[in-house]
Write a protein that binds this ligand. Structure first.
Ligand SMILES: [Zn+2]
Length: 225
């Protein structure tokens, strides 16, 4: 497994999720939870919450707690033709919750690069690590004491092309709405789910539309939000 980035911001913890094409699954690093040093000033309580397919930290589910809707910016890097697909992906999670869980909007004036700025954002990346070229996207989440603080979604526009509803040509392309739906799941705290029909399965084949949350996705989400 390759280490993508390591962060150790005192008590802030980071987890990176990557999604790639199945055939190259052995090369994909997914859900690496980096060992972090615990600072002297950190005070931990220990819980016994059911994971419910969420990131857990010291026995607590890691989430935005009572903060939703989670605001997420579409940065100027993202081609505006995909806005509607991204908003549809948000609406799918919102309908699972029955009220607004994520609120996504475009802000072309937002110029930060991905990083720990406590602003959640989606980035279209024309450059991507050469040795990680099989990753379709990557979401990094950071939390402190089981409360999420920051989520950034990077989309690999160097190695992949994407299609949206109504496009005639889908050959070899990734369904952007399905991809973003998966990444938004990470952005609210969900981890990968295998063995069960779920939008949180780690691998999304090209030309495949996977935008219907499974029963496990609904039960996971309702466990926390
Ligand atoms: Zn993932």
């Amino acid at each position: 497994m390759k280490v993508l980035i390591t962060f150790d911001l005192k008590s802030t913890r980071i987890l990176l999720f990557a999604i790639g094409i199945g055939l190259l699954s052995l090369l994909v690093s997914c859900g690496n939870n980096f060992g972090l040093k615990i600072g002297d000033q950190d005070v931990y309580a220990f819980g016994s919450e059911e994971p419910c397919n969420f990131i857990t930290s010291n026995g607590f589910r890691v989430s935005w707690k009572s903060d939703p809707p989670v605001n997420i910016i579409i940065t100027s890097s993202v081609p505006s033709e995909y806005d509607s697909e991204i908003l549809k992906a948000a609406d799918i999670w919102n309908s699972v919750k029955g009220q607004q869980l994520v609120h996504i909007y475009r802000d072309n004036s937002f110029k930060n690069d991905p990083g720990y700025d406590k602003v959640n954002a989606i980035y279209w990346m024309p450059d991507w690590d050469t040795d990680l070229s099989n990753q379709q996207a990557r979401t990094s989440v950071r939390w402190d004491s089981s409360k999420l603080q920051d989520a950034d979604i990077r989309i690999n526009a160097k190695n992949f092309t994407f299609f949206k509803e109504g496009d005639e040509s889908t050959a070899g392309k990734v369904h952007l709405q399905s991809l973003v739906l998966h990444e938004l799941g990470h952005a609210v705290g969900l981890v990968h789910i295998e063995e069960t029909a779920s939008v949180m399965q780690a691998y999304l084949k090209s030309q495949t539309i996977r935008n219907k949350p499974g029963a496990v996705d609904t039960s996971s989400l309702s466990c926390e939000y």
